[in-house]
Design a protein around this ligand. Structure first.
Ligand SMILES: NC(=O)c1ccc[n+]([C@@H]2O[C@H](COP(=O)([O-])OP(=O)(O)OC[C@H]3O[C@@H](n4cnc5c(N)ncnc54)[C@H](OP(=O)(O)O)[C@@H]3O)[C@@H](O)[C@H]2O)c1
Length: 259
């Protein structure tokens, strides 16, 4: 099976590519980057440049490309770009479009999540048989977030916020399985093995980094805070991944990962 992977240079893309090859898929990798690699094609979803060539002759598309935190460009890439991709894939006779979304896009009032939800709708109502996987946050994302919110010293955050980090390698494994199984016409959740409170995640992170930064609690106000504290970023769906936050911390910082 020939598979086009959009967003192939991203965090998830980098781990999905070798897994697809190992499972016998013929991979075409796409992003805006130019690479001297016959497997690689240049594709800009914000303009449609390279799209017809990217979808030509593939059996399935694994759509990972996204532009979070890009202001107006987020909609241009995530919503309009996904529509462009779905239409081009339909015209090229592609048999399966797999879209990666985020657990909670329908419950958390964030601009980026509204765009992801709109992109899901584009995929569901588009011309290509489809499957959607909503994943929880990758531990690298949580790690980056903690570094950002501790830039000025203390770790600033809502101690009761709930997260369920999932290893991108395990998400990649799930996606490869979905490609093999064919279109499900369903939106599935996939989360990590543990639901963690923000203060628990911070404690393990500080221990792993041998840091003494205190936690400075702030309560995120309004609907957003209520949703995050009520677990809108988490899922009860099983099976889950098996790699924990502590596993990520141990791999990244050594030691026991704060256990
Ligand atoms: N990170 C998380 O914690 C998480 C959790 C759940 C679900 N997800 C979803 O999983 C998917 C992959 O996430 P990720 O963390 O791997 O993302 P990422 O590292 O930010 O990578 C984004 C990818 O999109 C590509 N891209 C950006 N703008 C583009 C454009 N105009 N045209 C074509 N490609 C473009 C980038 O490639 P170039 O810059 O090379 O063009 C890159 O390969 C996303 O849909 C995300 O919403 C992420």
């Amino acid at each position: 099976m020939r598979v086009l992977v959009t967003g192939a240079s991203g965090r998830l893309g980098r781990v999905v590519l070798p897994r697809l090859r190992d499972d016998g898929f013929v991979v075409r990798a796409a992003s805006r980057q130019r690479r001297a690699d016959p497997e690689w094609v240049t594709l800009d979803l914000a303009t449609g440049r390279g799209l017809a060539e990217a979808v030509d002759g593939v059996d399935a598309v694994l759509h990972l490309a996204s532009a979070p935190n890009a202001g107006r460009r987020t909609r241009a890439v995530d919503v309009v770009g996904t529509r462009r991709l779905a239409v081009a894939a339909g015209e090229a006779g592609v048999g399966h479009l797999v879209y990666v979304s985020i657990v909670g896009v329908d419950r958390v009032p964030l601009g980026y999540y509204r765009h992801k939800l709109a992109a899901e709708e584009v995929v569901r109502s588009g011309p290509v048989p489809w499957s959607v996987l909503r994943a929880t946050q990758f531990p690298e994302f949580l790690d980056e977030l903690l570094r950002t919110v501790s830039r000025w010293g203390p770790v600033i955050g809502d101690r009761a916020l709930l997260a369920q980090p999932v290893d991108p390698g395990e998400v990649a494994g799930r996606l490869v399985g979905m490609l093999g199984a064919g279109p499900s016409y369903a939106v599935e959740d996939f989360g990590g093995p543990q639901v963690l409170r923000f203060d628990e995640a911070v404690r393990a992170w500080r221990t792993a980094r041998r840091s003494r930064r205190p936690l400075l609690p702030v309560r995120i106000p309004g609907r957003l805070g209520r949703a995050l504290r009520a677990g809108a970023l988490t899922t009860t769906v099983t099976p889950t991944g098996t790699r924990t936050w502590a596993d990520h911390l141990a791999d990244t910082y050594g030691g026991t990962g704060g256990k």
